[in-house]
Ligand binder design. Structure first.
Ligand code: ADP
Ligand code: ADP
Length: 227
């Protein structure tokens, strides 16, 4: 589902590459943690998969598409295939919870009647059926992340990327969010989650990719946070 072939990335201002000769394959339906210290290249890797950045060399393939070669007009279709959630939720503050989720569907051109039926389903799925008409600032951090996950998943992407999704959450809430991402994985979605949360990685014992200074230093089938 994801192929990285000798991928390197230099930012124009960088004195060293953010990613250096990274190769890995992630199959359909896998759940993979991406770990490594701050600045090791995790976000850069996720941005390449979303075509928010382009690789300086090497090839990035997502769902059979060479991401660098996708014409700009087809990038929205890539974003339909790849959902993502972030540490800071990135909800629209002056829109209701339902409107935030609906927005993701409007953007990809789903008809209004479809939006009306699947937004409530997506909110039920994340346990927020009652909060459809609330605004983000009326919700806890964990609830806001649930909304972000509903928004990322409502279009049924084949791949879900999560960049430090529990970074602003307490341990109990982090476990709840982890269970939600795991449920999305169980539903057949390929999940790649960048995280510093050692307790979660150690508890889940899933495949772990570890970056250090832009280099892939570990690819372990059932790893912990530190080996
Ligand atoms: P991580 O997500 O693991 O913290 P990043 O991918 O954000 O790592 O950063 C990897 C390296 O690339 C770091 O040295 C960082 O300073 C650099 N970097 C990230 N984004 C940019 C950017 N937009 N411009 C220049 N350098 C960047
Ligand atoms: P506005 O007042 O700016 O129209 P709304 O929150 O009323 O904002 O609606 C914005 C979008 O969200 C519309 O596409 C609407 O269909 C959708 N929407 C709002 N509430 C719901 C809901 N409970 N279920 C499904 N879609 C909703």
């Amino acid at each position: 589902m994801i192929v990285l072939d000798a991928v390197s990335k230099w930012y124009p201002s960088g004195i060293r590459p953010a990613l250096s000769d990274v190769s890995a394959e992630i199959g359909a339906g896998e759940f993979v943690f991406l770990v490594g210290p701050s600045g090791s290249g995790k976000s850069t890797l996720l941005r390449l998969l979303l075509r928010e950045e382009r690789a300086s060399s090497g090839q990035v393939v997502v769902a059979g598409q060479d991401v660098a070669r996708i014409p700009d007009r087809r990038v929205p279709r890539l974003r339909r295939t790849v959902g993502c959630v972030f540490q800071d939720y990135r909800l629209l503050p002056n829109r209701t919870v339902a409107a935030n989720v609906a927005f993701a569907l409007d953007v990809i051109g789903r008809p209004r009647h479809v939006v009306r039926s699947i937004v409530p389903e997506a909110l039920e799925l994340v346990g927020l059926g009652e909060k459809a008409q609330s605004y983000p600032d009326e919700l806890s951090g964990g609830e806001q992340q649930r909304v972000a996950i509903a928004r990322a998943f409502v279009g049924r992407p084949r791949v879900l990327l999560a960049d430090e999704p529990t970074g602003n959450l307490d341990p109990t809430t982090s476990i709840e969010i982890m269970h939600l991402l795991d449920a999305i994985h169980q539903a057949g979605t390929t999940v790649l989650m960048a995280t510093h949360n050692a307790a979660l990685v150690d508890a889940m014992r899933r495949r772990v990719l570890e970056l250090s200074d832009g280099t892939l230093v570990r690819d372990e089938a059932r790893g912990g946070y530190d080996t």
